[in-house]
Ligand binder design. Structure first.
Ligand code: NAD
Length: 358
């Protein structure tokens, strides 16, 4: 196993609390299961502003470039909300994503059968749900030029953005989806709006072309409106969904809510070479920070994704995921996923239980 460098960015709010538990898991894998990795620590977000005057300081930038993978807690909080925009913690997050050219956002929506009651959908529709949404992060309406607000000849103002995708951008995100599908059920569903949008027409054509390199993976297409409908009608039909920035933004949040438990969901943002930033999908939860009750499982599962996608250690990733499943089987729940009749455990107790299950 080659030696790996992991940068840990605890961040703000509950960030340091949940990261501490994920680090315990990585340390356990290092000491007992052959993981050859060094952990380095850095600052991002609010604390980085306080201590170094920038939400993405130069020191962190250097650490991030040197690392094979980055594990992030969460950033932000009321303390920094009134700062000028460039100094806001969330700017640090956007800056590190852009700086490292992380173009592929992987968001699994997994509903552990033990938590089926937490979903707003009927348990039988979602129990055992396991979807992976692959969202393109660097293009589309969010970055397309021209954009702006202009004044028309009649004096009325008009806001405008440009939806644009280059072939190379579509090609590389499609490949991420097909490669990911190979590690799963080998089914990709590409989501677009090709009946109306030229950008989507090209999207569909390029995805079809890439699919020829993956004859072992089945490809289907859905228009985004139908995809949204199918996600809440029969979500278990999907394996990997691949889509652009705008549609992915909306569909991935919709898929997350199918699971009903924000404290359980990890994510990855990858560059073209497999380097990635791994983080829970939730924020820094200032309302519960410092109370020791935050759910660390989304962060622990983010560490599992890091092992799978950046360190190429699928066996270790699976070991962590299995341990999380065992802990849920034992009936352990943090306050966000607890059900009637169950006693909630704290952040540390949950982390300790995962270590024991490892
Ligand atoms: P949030 O995700 O932090 O919290 C939403 C709700 O979910 C809160 O009630 C919170 O207590 C709960 N929650 C979140 N994570 C939990 C966990 N692990 N265990 C138990 N409960 C959990 O979203 P918000 O309140 O809208 O944002 C708070 C701050 O986080 C803001 O400053 C926001 O900008 C920032 N934020 C950061 C990220 C990020 O770092 N990637 C993402 C979203 C929001």
């Amino acid at each position: 196993m080659p030696h790996h460098q992991i940068l840990v960015l605890p961040g703000d709010g509950i960030g340091p609390e949940i990261i501490a538990e994920a680090v315990k898991v990585l340390e356990c894998l290092r000491q007992e299961h052959g993981l050859d990795a060094t952990l380095d620590y850095g600052l991002l977000g609010g604390r980085a502003v306080d201590e170094l005057g920038s939400p993405y300081p130069e020191a962190t930038r250097r650490q991030a470039h040197a690392a094979d993978a980055i594990l992030l807690g969460a950033v932000g909080g009321p303390k920094w909300e009134s700062l000028d925009r460039p100094l806001r913690p969330e700017r640090g997050l956007l800056a590190i994503r852009a700086d490292l050219q992380l173009f592929a956002n992987l968001r699994p929506a997994i509903l552990h059968p033990q938590l089926a009651a937490a979903s707003s959908l009927k348990p039988e529709l979602v129990a055992g749900l396991d979807i992976l949404i692959v969202r393109e992060l660097n293009g589309d309406l969010y970055f397309g030029q021209p954009r702006g607000i202009r004044t028309l000849e009649n004096g009325e103002r008009e806001g405008f953005n440009t939806m644009a995708y280059r072939e190379s951008e579509i090609d590389r995100i499609a490949r991420v989806a097909f490669e990911a599908a190979r590690k799963r059920q080998r089914r990709v569903c590409s989501v677009d709006k090709a009946n109306v949008l030229e950008a989507s027409e090209l999207w569909r054509e390029v995805v079809e072309r890439v699919a020829k390199d993956y004859p072992d993976v089945a490809l289907a297409h859905l228009y985004v409106d139908n995809a949204a409908m199918q996600l809440v009608r029969a979500p278990k039909q999907f394996d990997v969904l691949v889509t652009g920035n705008l549609f992915g933004d909306i569909l991935s949040d919709c898929a997350a809510m199918l699971t009903g438990s924000i404290g359980m969901l990890p994510s990855a943002s990858l560059d073209a070479y497999g380097k990635g930033l791994y983080e829970p999908i939730h924020g820094s939860a200032p309302d519960i920070a410092g109370k020791g009750i935050a759910n660390p499982l989304a962060t622990i599962l983010s560490a599992a994704m890091l092992l799978r996608y950046s360190l190429n250690q699928p066996a270790l990733a699976e070991r962590v995921e299995t341990a999380v499943g065992r802990v849920l089987n034992q009936g352990l729940r943090t306050v966000d996923i607890t059900a009637t009749g169950m006693t909630a455990v704290g952040t540390q107790a949950m982390g300790d239980a995962v270590i024991a299950a490892l």
